[in-house]
Design a protein around this ligand. Sequence first.
Ligand code: PLP
Length: 431
Amino acid sequence: MRTNIVHPGADELVYEIREIVEVANRLESLGLNITWENIGDPVEKGERVPDWIKEIVSKASLENSSYGYSPTKGLLESREYIVHERNIEGGIQITADDILFFNGLGDAITKIYQNLNPKARIIGPNPAYPTHSSAEAAHADSGHITYQLDPKNNWEPNLDEIRRKVRDNKDIVGILIINPDNPTGFVYSQETIKKIVDIARENDLFIISDEIYSNLFFPESGMKKLASVIGDVPAIAMRGISKEFPWPGARCGWIEFYNRDKDENFNRYTKSIIDSKMLEVCSTTLPQLVLPRVMKDNRYFSYLDERIKKYERRSDYAYEVFSKIPELVAHKAKGAFYFTVIFKEGVLNDGQSLHIEERYKDIIGPLLGESSLDKRFVYCLLASTGICIVPMSSGFNSTHMGFRMTLLEEDDQKFEKTVNTIAESIKDYIG
Ligand SMILES: Cc1ncc(COP(=O)(O)O)c(C=O)c1O
């Protein structure tokens, strides 16, 4: 090209959760049986969407209007339902005008960072969900700025680090939390969110709270949405149906704006997000149409309760197994459906390996040299056992060495076998 056509932030766009699939597919084509533990799609892992939800969806698909465009912000009926639910929960009160639908939260995340002044930065958790960290880094053409979720302290965020980084870097305009968190399964207590909101208030920042798992929290977690403590601080909360119904293929999520009237600059920024959605006309109509019908149904929350119980049981099992290995740090999840394991410092080195059949070595061998130490373990595990998990450092923009698996395997025996195989492989690997 006569001038460089590559966006300066292009190298920041990394999504290891899917990239590892390419390597696994190559191994599979040579005969390796793959256990997919990389992606958070309950449907892919065998969960059955209940028939009553499918019936609501199929009835809606017979309505002619479900084939048309919807209003840019989303169907009024759906936004009004969300507002009603939000406002009876207490905390901040909003109107249908404060809601904007997207084609999945992935779309919302892209728009939120794309529309931010390139100089303005959002500080987010480490480990980080890569769609946020990559989109934020790409918008600024600079590495994502993070605060620690501390594995030595039950994944609690390091609030002193947030305070210090916010004080020292005037470009930071917002704080991101993911609650419940992906990948750690951590849930921010109301007290902790309050402290983060205070930091935002004191420093004239706004908050982004990704709450896509906010109805998938475990009973003792103390989960509260940002809305309960946000007070007068400007914020964006993000929700969706990908994990809840679960219907990730619907590509349907929404954001809620809080306190737009409290800050003119924030208000202008939110208008730019709405305007950029307007250029696309609207988001998918059918999932919006069924959203209130499904969520209002009295079977909905008992259905979610059943799923939550399964995830908690699996998290307890994984904790039992991994916490017995002294070289690891593992905590029970408090919500969502992931389990993260960290290798203690100094445990991994580049001389470790697992038994790998000759036919797979040609694919894996060349990848090992250029990989971080946890990715090296993940590739060895993949080629040796077929289990496909995601490395912490490159997969979740993290300074920690570890990996994430899911709590989605529907076959209990298979789930337990996978956990035990990973644990045994870790012991073999570290010697
Ligand atoms: C924390 C978090 N936010 C957003 C998303 C994106 O969800 P969607 O399917 O709505 O794009 C995911 C998907 O895994 C997620 O884990």
